[in-house]
Write a protein that binds this ligand. Structure first.
Ligand SMILES: O=P(O)(O)OC[C@H]1O[C@](O)(COP(=O)(O)O)[C@@H](O)[C@@H]1O
Ligand SMILES: [Mg+2]
Ligand SMILES: [Mg+2]
Length: 335
């Protein structure tokens, strides 16, 4: 039997023809260790009294779960000693945490320590999302990086199998955590998203709040065989972006968290730096597409750490169709 491809073996031998920077490998391995620890803390949460609210709100005014706080601390504790990591930028912290005086080529780590945390208490899949960029020049403390500047992005999914899924800019690879050894082993090489799909994911309870292009898309999908699509669609909503993206990377589909009348003032629901950009890189690397309805997500220039944006991602043909509906709607509003 051939030797298993562990995460380390993949990163050192296969991830990039010329070899990845060893300091990037150290950082990705630190992230994997943090995710392994978070997975264990989730598994033992009931015994350790870690279900429920922390009793505080985060910078965005959201109630923090105890495990949001724990996962954030685990990420920081394990990754902060990574060589050449200059700053941590967390969804749960108001400001970037600078670990050293930044030098050109140092790394910046962006993370959502626990995504989909409303699912913890009901024991459904949650995840952690991460993204890595570099410092431009010595002393540069700018962390507002556009998605195209990412060197690596990925997520851990804490589901029936714990997995780490990542891209270092050339394809998407999934590693399953082996029970017992804790090793992440390559089980899903070159994950790809089919261009066509008949499955969509959206929080349909917000129907009354949606803009016309989103309603049009969902109405057409819901009309199935009798509508303009000429085929039936399936719908899924887990309320955990990691789980939705993982499903899309596995069997295709489209995910929408659009701007609507309920979240327009905030700019949308999902965060650009910790959720939209990392997932958009993965989705594009798997052959899919990601837009805010008007622009490619990876082209968006952040204006703030915790900026929120509309997100539509997944199978390329469906994402294109939804983007066309937005263009047509903007055109008719202008005329
Ligand atoms: O509550 P809703 O409208 O279903 O929103 C669910 C969305 O919010 C999120 O849970 C936000 O992430 P956090 O749990 O990190 O705040 C996404 O994972 C998910 O797609
Ligand atoms: Mg999240
Ligand atoms: Mg979160």
């Amino acid at each position: 039997m051939s030797e298993p491809i562990t995460l380390r073996r993949f990163l050192t031998r296969y991830a990039e023809p010329g070899g990845l920077d060893p300091n990037l490998i150290f950082l990705i391995e630190d992230i994997a260790s943090a995710c392994r620890v978070i997975g264990n803390r989730l598994r033992n949460a009931a015994f350790e009294g870690n279900h429920g609210l922390a009793g505080d709100t985060n910078v965005q005014g959201e109630d923090q779960k105890k495990l949001d706080v724990i996962a954030d601390e685990v990420f920081a504790r394990i990754c902060e000693s990574s060589p050449r990591l200059a700053a941590l930028v967390s969804e749960e912290r108001e400001d970037a945490v600078w670990l050293k005086e930044p030098e050109g080529g140092d790394y910046l780590l962006f993370y959502d320590p626990l995504d989909g945390s409303s699912n913890i208490d009901v024991n459904l899949s949650v995840g952690s999302i991460f993204s890595i960029c570099t410092v431009g020049t010595d002393g540069d403390r700018d962390v507002l990086k556009a998605g195209d500047a990412q060197h690596c992005s990925g997520y851990a999914i804490y589901g029936p199998t714990m997995m780490l899924v990542l891209t270092v800019g050339s394809g998407v690879y999934g590693f399953s955590c082996e029970y017992g050894t804790g090793d992440f082993r390559l089980t899903h090489p070159r994950m790809t998203i089919p261009a066509e799909t008949s499955e969509f994911a959206i929080n349909a309870s917000r129907y009354r709040l949606w803009d016309a292009p989103v309603r049009r898309y969902v109405d057409e999908c819901s009309a199935g065989m009798t509508g303009p699509c000429g085929r039936d669609f399936n719908m899924r909503w887990t309320a955990s972006m990691v789980a939705e993206v993982h499903r899309i990377l596995t069997r295709g589909g489209v995910f929408l968290y659009p701007v609507d009348d309920g979240n327009r003032a905030a700019g949308g629901k999902l965060r650009l730096l910790y959720e939209a950009s990392p997932m958009a890189l993965l989705v594009e690397q798997a052959g899919g597409a990601a837009t805010d309805g008007h622009s490619r997500i990876l082209d968006l220039q952040p204006t703030g750490h915790h900026q929120r944006v509309p997100v539509i991602l997944g199978s390329a043909n469906e994402v294109d169709r939804i983007a066309q509906y937005h263009t047509a709607d903007a055109g008719s509003a202008a005329s």
